[in-house]
Design a protein around this ligand. Structure first.
Ligand code: HEM
Ligand code: SF4
Ligand code: SF4
Length: 320
């Protein structure tokens, strides 16, 4: 049983509405954890005064120069003592997830146990840096928590002026548009630059992001210093049964207005079957007994639009 909750009228507002509320989640943790009780206290103060009260500092574990984000409270009383003493130190451990972010429930339970023992119980799967964010530990407990997670086979991620853990899209694990093995590429890059992640020596942070195709679900162009985006080399693949099914369901207007007209390079054409071009750069597929779509792959800029609309009927090529 933890200490009594502070009054949090502002935070309570965030529990209303249709979506899961982080406030409800932290209140649940606060039933057994004084740190979570005082976290809510400091957060409520911030909502009232419209000021943030966390400052950084230097906290780490032996052998590593990064991977921990230190946070100390600046909310002090007239004697210089923290107003919310159980959340006065609220550091975050960044831990690298397994490749592809696939876990067993057993591992997830063990992670929760470690963090309930040494931290606030609050874990974010996953932060935008690509790590599991174990949020809220005292300076003393950071090393203890890390040692237990390390025993389970996990390692620190990146924080500070260093290479970050990075992220890859779900890609080959579940997505038919994937043009390369994103999780493998991601893991190989992380392993190659591990020293630059754990012993920061760069003037600033450095982020990779991996997207399996030009849809760029990772927003890697906006979010990364180095964006890795899959594309394909040879001709787009087609499937006649699925193309006919798509056309039967969507019709000529949609094919013309939403696909043909929106191809940025006019590589995508609607033709009568008898007029379809032949050639090594041409992909084509019948959508009915009279009409076919024809793609001149030399002119295709791999924007993904037609493939997104007619997924299955059209697919990225086999050589990517
Ligand atoms: C002008 C200064 C800053 C810029 C332009 C900036 C930019 C960014 C960007 C673009 C991201 C997302 C990266 C991604 O998607 O992978 C990010 C994440 C983050 N930034 Fe900053 N940042 C700045 C300053 C700071 C400062 C001063 C702090 C802390 C005191 C900070 C803490 C963080 C944290 C903790 C994350 C990760 C959030 C998460 O994992 O969910 N940033 N920042
Ligand atoms: S970027 Fe492409 S491959 Fe990756 S999840 Fe998005 S659509 Fe799929
Ligand atoms: S992927 Fe190629 S053919 Fe399809 S709409 Fe984009 S440019 Fe046109």
């Amino acid at each position: 049983m933890a200490k009594k909750l502070h009054d949090t009228p502002n935070l309570d507002e965030l529990e209303k509405g249709p979506w899961p509320s982080f406030v409800t989640g932290i209140k649940r943790l606060a039933k057994n954890n004084d740190m979570a009780v005082d976290l809510l206290g400091q957060l409520e103060t911030s909502y009232r005064t419209k000021k943030g009260y966390w400052k950084g500092g230097t906290v780490g574990v032996f052998g590593y120069g990064g991977g921990v984000i230190p946070r100390f409270t600046e909310l002090k009383d007239e004697n210089g003592e923290p107003v919310f003493k159980d959340a006065a130190e609220f550091h975050t451990l960044r831990i690298q997830p397994p490749a592809g972010m696939h876990y067993t429930t057993d591992i997830l339970r063990k992670m929760c146990d470690v963090w309930e023992k040494h931290g606030s119980g609050l874990i974010a799967f996953h932060g935008q840096s690509g790590d599991i964010m174990f949020q809220g530990a005292t300076t003393e407990n950071v090393q203890k928590a890390f040692d237990e997670l390390n025993e389970m086979g996990f390692d620190l991620g990146g924080a500070g002026p260093a290479v970050r853990t990075s992220m890859s899209c779900v890609g080959a694990a579940r997505c038919e548009q994937s043009c390369f093995d994103e999780a493998k590429a991601h893991r190989e890059v992380v392993n190659t630059f591990l020293d630059d992640m754990h012993r920061p020596s760069l003037p600033y942070k450095f982020k990779f992001k991996f997207s399996g195709c030009p849809n760029d679900c990772m927003n890697s162009i906006q979010r990364a210093d180095m964006a890795v985006i899959g594309t394909w080399r040879d001709n787009m693949r087609t499937d006649e049964a699925l193309a006919r099914k798509w056309f039967a369901g969507h019709g000529m207007d949609e094919l013309v207005n939403d696909v043909v007209a929106r191809c940025p390079t006019k590589a995508f054409q609607l033709k009568q079957i008898k007029d379809v071009k032949k050639g090594e750069h041409i992909s084509s597929v019948a959508v009915s007994d009279t009409h076919a779509v024809e793609i001149d792959n030399k002119d295709c800029v791999r924007c993904m639009h037609c493939i997104n609309v007619m997924t299955g009927a059209l697919a990225t090529a086999s050589t990517s």
